[in-house]
Design a protein around this ligand. Structure first.
Ligand SMILES: Cc1cc2nc3c(=O)[nH]c(=O)nc-3n(C[C@H](O)[C@H](O)[C@H](O)COP(=O)(O)OP(=O)(O)OC[C@H]3O[C@@H](n4cnc5c(N)ncnc54)[C@H](O)[C@@H]3O)c2cc1C
Ligand code: SF4
Length: 448
């Protein structure tokens, strides 16, 4: 029996039994059985100029892979997917398909029920990966070497494409494990059974990629040294800093950033040992806010509230994600901004002010309210840290043009740390892949 219950005050572990926790954190979208997949794929009209392809940042030939599933060749379907998106397995689990391919699907417009592209992509990629196959072979060695810094989706995708072309890649990461936010950020119920780590192992089967963990750009690594040692450098370090609330009392015990809480949760071997508050407040409106809130609830928090400063329709989290949160019992309060965190040492209440938008500017109305809180998560966006000084910035990101070219010749960047594109796994994969192709083309251009 658990030691605590959802009603136990304060931040404590063991609010729910191991059995309940395992049910709560089960796969969000269970895998299709083969006959279900064939029936679901059969709903596709195999459109000419298919809008779903254009809506996919990696431009997977969706009607082709659906046809391959329908005709009973899921491994061929997987190859179609993976040739455009080597992390097609993870993207099938985490992509907000409701705002990408499935939103664009003509069956969504006609019937409000799109072809379930994400789940079908998962069926195909899982089939191939369970068979232990890697569908690509590495070209003969070119003798060129590339340093890829950051082993998240952008770095992994870049490294794989470079290795396929026969270049030698060293993939550096500051953390002890590769995978980036696939390993440390994505909600646990989207990536079950250690899928992120399995996918990295599977991807590395291409050969030609050496992974070096515990190597941080700015500490163990310098851009100058990498430029001297390698023929090209790709920077895919994501956004590892967190924004502050700028509300009085934010240093109180019980206030922390949502990304760290999620990383701890993803790495926990026993969820019943992970402490969570009884009254949890999450500040923010993106996927991170929703993931922190939903997972707090699933761990056994009694009351979980998301507070977002603008209107609910402006939240970064999609409507599907918002509905997921409310279906789990999370309350969403829109149009309110944090003013202060109150308590005697530890947080006891969070104070907010209602907001309104006038002439495009967000303003407080002066009317405030308080919410009881023993744990408060900040989920108000991540920031770029340790960006090499030599690289020009565009706003708060590394400035890139074309396929990830930075302001310094021979250095490319992509994923969340680079300008342009949405901060999504699939976008990071596309940018890493495209930078790799551009690096490869630059090598060919130099070959006499
Ligand atoms: C909580 C959370 C949930 C999310 N959920 C989703 C989702 O459901 N669907 C979706 O599409 N997107 C989601 N995202 C966004 C998605 O995870 C990112 O867009 C994606 O991971 C970006 O990939 P990346 O390779 O650019 O960076 P990251 O995944 O952040 O990887 C960067 C890597 O670089 C390493 N690194 C950082 N600094 C250094 C340094 N100085 N030197 C060396 N290595 C360094 C890091 O350790 C990390 O491994 C989520 C993000 C968060 C924070
Ligand atoms: S838009 Fe929908 S129906 Fe048309 S090809 Fe894409 S998945 Fe099939």
């Amino acid at each position: 029996m658990p030691d605590a219950t959802p009603l136990t005050p304060g931040i404590t572990s063991g609010r729910l039994s191991a059995e309940t926790l395992s049910q709560n954190f089960d796969d969000l979208h269970p895998a299709y059985a083969p006959h279900e997949a064939a029936v679901a794929a059969d709903r596709c009209y195999f459109c000419h100029d298919a809008p779903c392809i254009t809506a996919c940042p990696t431009e997977i030939d969706i009607p082709l892979f659906l046809r391959q599933i329908q005709t009973g060749t899921p491994e061929a379907a997987a190859k179609t997917i993976l040739s455009q998106n080597i992390l097609g397995g993870m993207c099938a689990r985490v992509c907000p398909t409701e705002t990408l391919c499935e939103e664009a699907c003509v069956r969504e417009a006609a019937e409000g029920k799109p072809v379930e592209i994400g789940r079908l992509q998962r069926f195909a990629t899982d089939t191939l990966m369970h068979a232990g196959k890697h569908p690509f072979t590495r070209a003969a060695s070119t003798g060129k070497s590339v340093a890829v810094v950051g082993a998240g989706p952008s770095g992994l995708s870049c490294a794989h494409r470079l290795a396929m072309h026969g270049h030698d890649v060293v993939l550096f990461d500051a953390r002890a494990k590769a995978g980036g936010l696939n390993e440390f950020g994505i909600a646990a119920y989207k990536s079950t059974d250690d899928f992120a780590a399995h996918e990295v192992d599977w991807l590395l089967k291409i050969g030609g990629i050496t992974v070096e963990t515990g190597q941080r750009l700015g500490d163990e690594l310098s851009l100058d040294e990498l430029q001297n040692e390698y023929d090209a450098v790709f920077v895919g370090i994501g956004l590892s800093g967190v924004n502050s609330l700028r509300a009085a009392g934010e240093e109180r015990e019980g206030v922390s950033d949502a990304v760290s809480f999620i990383a701890d949760l993803r790495q926990a071997s026993d969820l019943s040992a992970l402490p969570v508050g009884r009254d949890v407040v999450v500040i923010g409106g993106g996927m991170t806010a929703v993931d922190a809130a939903v997972q707090s609830k699933l761990l056994g928090a009694q009351n979980v509230t998301i507070v977002y400063r603008r209107g609910q329709d402006q939240m970064g989290a999609s409507r599907f994600e918002q509905d997921l949160a409310t279906s789990k019992g999370v309350r969403i309060i829109a149009n309110a901004q944090p003013v202060a965190v109150h308590g005697n040492g530890a947080v006891a209440e969070a104070e907010f002010e209602y907001t309104t938008t006038k002439d495009g500017a967000l303003k407080g109305t002066g009317e405030t309210f308080r919410i009881k809180a023993d744990q408060l998560f900040k989920a108000i966006g991540q920031t770029l840290e340790a960006a090499p000084e030599a690289l020009k910035l565009d706003g708060r990101k590394i400035a890139v043009t074309g396929a990830g070219r930075t302001s310094v010749k021979g250095i490319w960047a992509g994923g969340d740390c680079a300008s342009g594109g949405d901060d999504l796994t699939v976008t990071a994969v596309a940018e890493g892949r495209d930078a790799a192709e551009d690096i490869h083309a630059s090598f060919l251009a130099k070959t006499p």
